[in-house]
Design a protein around this ligand. Structure first.
Ligand code: ARG
Length: 461
C-alpha cells in the first residue's frame, strides 16, 4: 500500500509514478534537512506561544523532530521519492512518530514560506563556510608571500614582460581579490537575512501568529515585509550564485596563470607530484589537471548563475513550482566552488616557486625601460619626450644586442645630455624594485607592511 500524500484530500486518483519521479526534489533537497528541522522547531515554539498548539504538543513535536534529525545524521532515515521533498518527508515521519500533534505543525505555514526559509538558512550558513574557506586560501597566499619576500619576477601586461615586481606583491594581488569576494558574501548575507515565515502560501494567515518571534529565534534581522515577495523572492540565490561565479572567476585566473607558469618553457613553479597527474601515453608528462579542472568548472558555475536568472525571468507572482529547480543550480554551484577553493589552497601550499628562473626571466629584455624614462623625468625631461628617448635607446640596444645597463655613459648621452653616471642606479631589475615609491606599488617596504596587515587581519578572524 502506498503512503497517502499529505495533500491527498482533493484527489480521487493516485499520482502516476512517472509524475512522482518527475516532480520529486528529495534527491537534491534532502541536503536542507537540518534547516527544515531547525525552522520547524522555531515554528512550533511560536505556535505554542500563540496558543495554537498546547505545550505538551509542542514538546512532542520538538522531541520528534530532534529524533528525526538524529536519525538522518546517523544515516538511519529513509527519504522517499513518493513523499516529494524534504519538507514532506520530515513532516510525514513526524506524524508517524507522534501522531496528531504532528498534524498540527503545518498550522499557519505553507511549503512556500518553508522552502524559502530553509534555503535562506542554508545560504546564510554557506556564505559563512565559504568565507572561512576563502580566508584559509588567503592565509596560504600570505604565508607564501612572506616566505618569498625579495623574490623578483617579471610583471606582465598583455602577457609581455612589463616591469619587474616582487613575487610577494603578485601573490598579495590575489589576497586583495579574495578579500572582495569575502566582503561580497557578507553583503549577500546581510540582504537575505530576513525571515519569510508567516507569509504562508502567499497572502499570510487569518490566524493570530507571531512572525517576529520566529525571526528572532532563527537569528534573522527581521521579517520580510511583503508575503507575496517573501515566497517568490530568490534574489538571494542569484546573488549567492553571482558571488560564487566571481570567486570561481578569480580562481580560474590564478589557475590559468599557473598553468602557463608550469609550462616547460616558462617554468616559474613546480607543483608537487601529489597535486599533478600523468598521461596515459606519454611517460614523461606531469600535467596540472587540478588547475585545469578548477578553470573548467568555472563554466559550470556561470551556467548555474545563468540558469537561475533564466528560471526566474518569466515567473509571475508568487510561488511557482519552477522554483524547485533553484536548488539544483545553487547547491551544485556551492559544492563546486567549495571543492575548488579547498583544493586550490592545497595546491598553493604544495607549490615551489623557482626564484632563479623568475629572476632570469625578469632580467631578459628591457624591463627597466620605464625606470629609465622616469629617471629622465626626474632630470626635467617631459614624460612624452622621455618615453621617446628611451624608445630610441631600446632600439639601439636591440641593434647592438645588449641590455640597457650594458650601454656606456657616452652611449646614453648620445640620446640625451641630461643622462649622468647615476643612471646606473636606476637600471637593472634590483634597482627598479628598490626605487618604487608610490602607495600600493611593489616597493619592498610597502609589500612587507601589507603582509603584516594581512597576517594580523586573517589571524584575528
Ligand atoms: N519542493 C518544493 C520546492 O522546492 C517545495 C515547495 C512546494 N510548494 C508547492 N506549492 N508545491 O520549491
Amino acid at each position: 500500500m502506498k503512503q497517502k500524500k499529505l495533500w491527498a484530500g482533493r484527489f480521487s486518483k493516485q499520482t502516476a509514478a512517472s509524475v512522482e519521479s518527475f516532480t520529486e526534489s528529495i534527491s537534491f533537497d534532502w541536503r536542507l534537512y537540518q534547516y527544515d528541522i531547525e525552522g520547524s522547531i522555531a515554528h512550533a515554539m511560536m505556535l505554542a506561544r500563540c496558543k495554537l498548539i498546547t505545550e505538551p504538543e509542542k514538546n512532542a513535536i520538538v522531541k520528534g523532530l530532534k529524533g528525526i534529525l538524529a536519525d538522518i545524521d546517523a544515516g538511519k532515515f529513509e527519504f522517499k521519492k513518493t513523499l516529494e521533498d524534504v519538507h514532506m518527508n520530515i513532516e510525514s515521519a513526524l506524524i508517524a512518530r507522534i501522531g496528531d500533534a504532528g498534524r498540527k505543525l503545518h498550522t499557519a505555514r505553507s511549503r512556500n514560506d518553508q522552502v524559502s526559509l530553509d534555503l535562506r538558512l542554508w545560504t546564510r550558513d554557506q556564505t559563512q563556510v565559504m568565507a572561512g574557506n576563502l580566508s584559509a586560501l588567503q592565509k596560504e597566499l600570505v604565508s607564501k608571500a612572506k616566505r618569498h619576500l625579495g623574490v623578483i619576477m617579471p610583471g606582465f601586461t598583455h602577457l609581455q614582460h612589463a616591469q619587474p615586481v616582487l613575487l610577494s606583491h603578485y601573490l598579495l594581488a590575489y589576497v586583495e581579490m579574495v578579500a572582495r569576494d569575502v566582503s561580497r558574501l557578507q553583503d549577500c548575507f546581510a540582504r537575505l537575512n530576513k525571515s519569510p515565515l508567516g507569509a504562508c502560501a502567499l497572502a499570510g494567515t487569518t490566524l493570530q501568529t507571531d512572525p517576529l518571534f520566529t525571526a528572532k529565534l532563527l537569528n534573522f534581522d527581521g521579517v520580510c515585509e511583503n508575503s507575496m515577495d517573501a515566497v517568490s523572492d530568490r534574489d538571494f540565490c542569484v546573488e549567492y550564485a553571482f558571488c560564487l561565479s566571481m570567486i570561481a572567476m578569480h580562481l580560474s585566473r590564478l589557475c590559468e596563470e599557473w598553468i602557463i607558469w608550469c609550462n616547460d618553457d616558462v617554468k616559474f613553479i613546480e607543483i608537487s607530484d601529489a597535486y599533478c597527474t600523468g598521461s596515459s601515453i606519454m611517460p614523461q608528462k606531469k600535467n596540472p589537471d587540478v588547475l585545469e579542472l578548477i578553470r573548467g568548472k568555472t563554466g559550470r558555475v556561470y551556467g548555474h548563475l545563468t540558469s537561475l536568472l533564466t528560471l526566474l525571468k518569466g515567473l509571475p507572482l508568487s510561488y511557482n513550482r519552477d522554483m524547485q529547480e533553484d536548488k539544483v543550480a545553487i547547491i551544485d554551484a556551492a559544492e563546486t566552488v567549495q571543492a575548488s577553493v579547498s583544493i586550490l589552497t592545497e595546491v598553493v601550499a604544495n607549490t615551489t616557486f623557482l626564484a632563479g628562473r623568475m629572476l632570469a626571466a625578469a632580467e631578459k629584455g628591457f624591463i627597466d625601460a620605464t625606470a629609465l624614462a622616469e629617471y629622465l623625468v626626474k632630470k626635467g625631461v617631459p614624460f612624452r619626450m622621455a618615453h621617446e628617448i628611451v624608445g630610441n635607446i631600446v632600439r639601439e640596444c636591440i641593434k647592438v644586442n645588449c641590455k640597457l645597463v650594458d650601454l656606456k655613459l657616452d652611449g646614453f648621452r648620445a640620446f640625451s645630455s641630461v643622462i649622468e653616471k647615476d643612471v646606473y642606479e636606476v637600471l637593472g631589475v634590483e634597482n627598479c624594485i628598490k626605487n618604487y615609491k608610490s602607495y600600493g606599488s611593489t616597493a619592498p617596504a610597502l609589500v612587507k607592511k601589507r603582509i603584516t596587515y594581512w597576517e594580523k587581519k586573517l589571524n584575528k578572524g
